[in-house]
Design a binder for this molecule. Structure first.
Ligand code: NAD
Length: 409
C-alpha cells in the first residue's frame, strides 16, 4: 500500500463529488517542489554516516508551506508526498492561511546518541536552508521529532541567518519561542472535535469505551484528556505492546509507568492483546494515533466502534473507508481530527513574528474557535453531499484552495 496513491485517490473522490475545477485538480495532483538531500553526520565513534532526507513542498495557494519533519526508518518519498498533501488540506480545513509541506529523514533515531541526533537535526537545516524560512516554509515536529530537535533547528537557522529567526520552525520549547499549549494541541483539538461528534450522535460522554493505538505526543495526551473527562480508556498500544483492561486503564499511572520503563508492556492489571484484537474490541471510540495504513480492508469489517477518530496521519486506507462508511462507523478524518497541532503551530508562528506571547487560556480559546467551526463545516458538507466525513473535509478544504488558486491565476 502506498500512502501517496491513497492520497491521490482521496483527492479524486472529493474532486468528483464537488466537480472541482480541472486546473486546480491538475495543480494538486503533484507537489510544487520536491527537495532531497544526503546528510553527512559524524557519529560519536568518529565514522561518517549519510542519511537520506526530504522536504516536499506540496501546495502554497493559501500561504507558506507548513508541516512536520519525521525521523523514522520507514520514511520514503511517497510517504512524505502524501503527508505534505494532507497538510495543504488540513490547513485549509481549519482555515489557516498556509499551504502544505512535509519533511523526513530515513533514520532510526533510537539508535543515535543525543549528540548524533543534534548533529543530524542541524544538518537537516543546513541542507534545506535555501528553501525554508519564516515566510517560505515552516517545519514542525512529527513522529520521533521533539521540541528539543526544533530548538536545535531554530538555533541553527538563526546562526546561519545572523539574526534570531524563531519563526522558522514551530513546536519549540516554551522557553525558546514555543507556544503555551503546543505540546497538547493535537490531542486537545481532537478532543474538541470528538466531544462535538459525541453530542451530534446523541451519545452520553461519561463511561464511553475507548482504545488508542500509539502512546506518544498525540495518543498519550489524548488518553489523559479522555480519562479526565470520564471516558473509559480500556486499551492502548505502543510499538512494543498492546494492553487491555476491561475496567479501564489508570492513564496518569500508565504515563508514569511508560516514562520509567519506556513501554506500556506489563502495566499492572492489564493483559497483553494483539493490535488486531485492539481494533476489534467492543468500543465506542477507536483512536489510531501511531502510523499510517493500520486500518485496511483486512480488518475494517471487525471494527465495532461507533466513532473512529484519526489522530495519526493516514491510518485508514480508502478500501477500509468504504467498509466503515457502509457499517455506519463515523470516521473523523486526520485532516480534521489532528489539525489542532498545526493550528497551534500557526499560533506559535504568529507569536514569533509579532514577538508577543499569548496566555494558555488565549491559545485554548483560539484553538476551540478554529476547531468547532471546522467540525460544523465538515459535518454540514457531509450532510449536503451525503458522503463520509473524509470526503466532506476534502471538499471543504478544496473549495477554499480552489478559490485561492483561481484568484491568483
Ligand atoms: P510519537 O513519536 O510521539 O508517538 C508515536 C507512538 O506510536 C509511540 O507511542 C510509538 O510507540 C507508537 N507506535 C509506533 N509504531 C507502532 C505500532 N506499530 N503499533 C502501535 N504503536 C506504535 O508521535 P506522535 O507525534 O504522537 O505522532 C503519532 C501520529 O500522530 C503520527 O501519524 C503523526 O503524523 C500524527 N500527528 C502528530 C501530531 C503532533 O503534534 N504530535 C500532529 C498531527 C499528527
Amino acid at each position: 500500500m502506498n500512502a501517496y496513491d491513497n492520497a491521490l485517490r482521496q483527492l479524486e473522490t472529493a474532486a468528483k463529488i464537488m466537480n472541482l475545477n480541472e486546473e486546480t485538480l491538475a495543480r494538486l495532483s503533484s507537489p510544487e517542489k520536491i527537495n532531497m538531500a544526503s546528510l553527512p553526520v559524524r557519529m560519536d565513534d568518529g565514522t561518517l554516516k549519510i542519511f537520506q532526507a526530504y522536504r516536499v513542498q506540496y501546495n502554497s495557494a493559501r500561504g507558506p508551506y507548513k508541516g512536520g519533519i519525521r525521523f523514522h526508518p520507514q520514511v520514503n518519498l511517497d510517504e512524505v508526498k502524501a503527508l505534505s498533501f494532507w497538510m495543504a488540506i488540513k490547513c485549509s480545513v481549519v482555515g489557516i492561511p498556509m499551504g502544505g509541506g512535509k519533511g523526513g529523514v530515513i533514520v532510526d533515531p533510537k539508535s543515535l546518541s543525543i549528540k548524533e541526533l543534534e548533529r543530524l537535526s542541524r544538518a537537516w537545516i543546513r541542507a534545506f536552508r535555501p528553501v525554508i524560512g519564516p515566510e517560505k516554509d515552516i517545519p514542525a515536529p512529527d513522529v520521533y521529532t521533539t521540541p528539543q530537535i526544533m530548538a536545535w533547528m531554530a538555533d541553527e537557522f538563526s546562526q546561519l541567518e545572523g539574526k534570531p529567526s524563531l519563526g522558522v520552525v514551530t513546536g519549540k520549547p516554551v522557553e525558546f519561542g514555543g507556544s503555551l499549549g503546543r505540546g497538547t494541541s493535537t490531542a486537545q483539538g481532537g478532543f474538541y472535535v470528538l466531544q462535538a461528534a459525541v453530542k451530534q450522535l446523541g451519545l452520553a460522554s461519561q463511561g464511553l469505551k475507548v482504545a488508542i493505538q500509539g502512546f506518544g505526543n498525540a495518543g498519550a495526551v489524548m488518553a489523559g484528556l479522555l480519562f479526565e473527562a470520564g471516558y473509559k480508556v480500556v486499551a492502548v498500544a505502543d510499538s512494543s505492546s498492546a494492553i487491555y483492561d476491561v475496567n479501564g486503564l489508570d492513564i496518569p499511572e500508565l504515563m508514569q509507568y511508560k516514562a520509567s520503563t519506556k513501554s506500556v508492556k506489563n502495566f499492572k492489571g492489564s493483559k497483553e492483546i494483539s493490535t488486531e484484537e485492539l481494533f476489534a474490541l467492543e468500543l465506542d471510540v477507536l483512536i489510531p494515533a501511531a502510523l499510517e495504513n493500520q486500518i485496511t480492508e483486512n480488518n475494517a469489517e471487525n471494527i465495532k466502534a461507533k466513532i473512529l477518530l484519526e489522530l495519526a496521519n493516514g491510518p485508514t486506507t480508502p478500501e477500509a473507508d468504504d467498509i466503515l462508511f457502509k457499517n455506519k462507523v463515523v470516521l473523523i478524518p486526520d485532516v480534521l481530527a489532528n489539525a489542532g497541532g498545526v493550528t497551534v503551530s500557526y499560533f506559535e508562528w504568529l507569536q514569533n513574528l509579532s514577538n508577543n506571547y499569548w496566555s494558555e487560556e488565549e491559545v485554548d480559546k483560539e484553538l476551540r474557535d478554529r476547531m468547532m467551526p471546522a467540525w460544523s463545516a465538515v459535518w454540514e458538507t457531509g450532510q449536503k453531499y451525503q458522503v463520509n466525513l473524509r470526503s466532506a473535509a476534502f471538499v471543504t478544504a478544496l473549495e477554499r484552495i480552489d478559490k485561492a488558486s483561481r484568484a491568483r491565476s
